[in-house]
Design a protein. Structure first.
Length: 463
């Protein structure tokens, strides 16, 4: 490209796209002060992003898609106060986004999309000053874009925003309730961004919403979008999440038809988590299916036999019930397979549940002291210390001793045989005793002192 282009002082548009032979360095075109559009789409420049662009004060459109440019946006990019549209996508540029980008007050369309990055970066909060922005695409930055596990707060200021696309940015965050305040939103695309938590109810307040793309995330439930004011024109993609059948059923008509313009829910992912189910020896086990739901859902529990999953006879309820647990049950692995008579094209699976048989012990207080001190406990009444403290699965017996809780501890149950100096004291802001059963006090009427005291911000909880 010849430097003589600078002689075209009245040039308004410079478009040089789809030109693989344009490989030499670009000349400095700072003299083209009337240039409003600069378009180098799909070239092979392989040079740093031109710093002289910041001198083109009349620019309204910058397009550097697939140009092969490197480097970063110039620090003074904010000088382009007339800029309305900027496309910087699929290049080998640095992650750096200058603070001055917030000075582009007339910008209404911004698309940033990576192709290769080696460093992690953040979006400057100054982008919240782009209050005329209607279209915002920040795509495919995967784990290179650090939002701090929170949804970027500066987006809240973009009240004219109509199209929000943050797909494949690995946010690992929840969609905030304030998203409903962006009343002009027509499209939300959070595909593949590891979104989690619940979809906020405020999304239903977005009356202009026409497209909601939330596929490839970690959502376990879905709002009932049939109540949305624009439901018949709404396109929803919620595939490849962790939905149960209940969430999908609530978004279908009674006959299984779709009440929206489109509704993509197939497939759904299977959880990769394992849930440990602690069950006391000789007691029954009630395994709660965390993915149960849907009035038309059919359940079949399965057990892993070391090679494949086998159906368990007579276990066709939402939850798995096992009678008296023995030591042989330790380590058994179960999951639930779920089908649905309304949603016939999909099979769902629950988390994997592993039975862990617990043999509870009884700990006896054998001296005054702190609960967390193993020397005050024995496994026999009046016996010697065993160098252990009670766990959440163990029972505790306290007789004529004073035991103080000063930190977070728990146990299965507490039996107190009251004497004149018996005391269970939970004291201090850091102190919390959680009893997964009952606190029983025997012989309480024979003593005058308070047997159990909770003071100075301590907490005692019985479940």
């Amino acid at each position: 490209m010849p430097p003589s282009l600078n002689n075209l002082q009245n040039l308004n548009f410079l478009r040089c796209f789809n030109n693989s032979k344009l490989q030499e360095p670009l000349p400095d075109l700072s003299s083209l002060q009337k240039l409003s559009t600069l378009d180098f789409y799909n070239n092979s420049l392989n040079e740093p992003f031109p710093a002289w662009i910041s001198n083109l004060s009349s620019l309204k459109v910058i397009r550097f898609d697939l140009t092969g440019v490197t480097g970063s946006l110039p620090d003074d990019i904010g000088r382009l106060t007339n800029l309305e549209r900027m496309f910087i996508t699929r290049n080998a540029m640095s992650a750096y986004i200058p603070e001055s980008i917030g000075q582009l007050g007339n910008l209404y369309e911004l698309k940033l999309k990576r192709i290769t990055l080696s460093e992690t970066f953040t979006m400057p909060a100054s982008m919240g000053a782009l209050t005329n922005l209607k279209i915002l695409y920040i795509e495919d930055y995967e784990d290179h874009l650090d939002f701090g596990a929170t949804f970027p707060e500066w987006i809240r200021n973009l009240e004219k925003l109509e199209d929000l696309n943050l797909q494949n940015t690995w946010l690992n965050a929840e969609l905030p309730e304030w998203i409903g305040d962006l009343s002009q939103l027509k499209s939300i695309n959070m595909t593949g961004s590891f979104m989690e938590g619940n979809i906020p109810n405020s999304v239903l307040d977005l009356e202009s919403l026409a497209t909601l793309s939330l596929s490839n995330n970690n959502y376990e439930s879905l709002l009932n979008f049939k109540s949305h004011s624009n439901a018949s024109n709404l396109s929803i993609n919620i595939s490849s999440n962790l939905l149960d059948f209940g969430s999908i059923e609530s978004n279908l008509n009674a006959d299984g038809t779709i009440p929206f313009a489109s509704f993509t829910y197939f497939p759904q992912n299977s959880p990769d988590s394992t849930v440990q189910n602690h069950v006391f020896l000789n007691e029954s086990a009630d395994v709660q299916n965390l993915r149960a739901g849907g009035v038309n859902t059919l359940y079949q529990w399965q057990e892993w036999n070391g090679t494949y999953w086998l159906n368990v006879d007579d276990q066709n309820s939402a939850n798995l019930n096992l009678p008296t647990i023995t030591l042989d049950d330790d380590g058994r692995r179960f999951r639930c397979e779920m089908t649905n008579t309304l949603i016939t094209n999909m099979t769902l699976y629950s988390e994997e549940y592993v039975i862990q048989v617990i043999i509870p012990q009884t700990f006896y207080a054998i001296s005054d002291g702190n609960w967390s001190d193993p020397t005050i406990w024995s496994l026999t009444d009046g016996g010697t210390t065993v160098g252990q403290v009670p766990t959440q699965f163990d029972d505790v017996e306290i007789g004529a001793f004073q035991v103080e809780v000063t930190e977070v501890v728990d146990c299965r149950g507490v039996n107190i045989s009251a004497a004149n100096n018996t005391l269970l004291l939970v004291s201090g802001r850091e102190a919390r005793l959680t009893v997964n059963g009952e606190v029983t006090i025997l012989n309480q009427g024979a003593v005058e002192n308070k047997i159990v005291q909770v003071t100075n911000g301590g907490k005692l909880e019985c479940k």
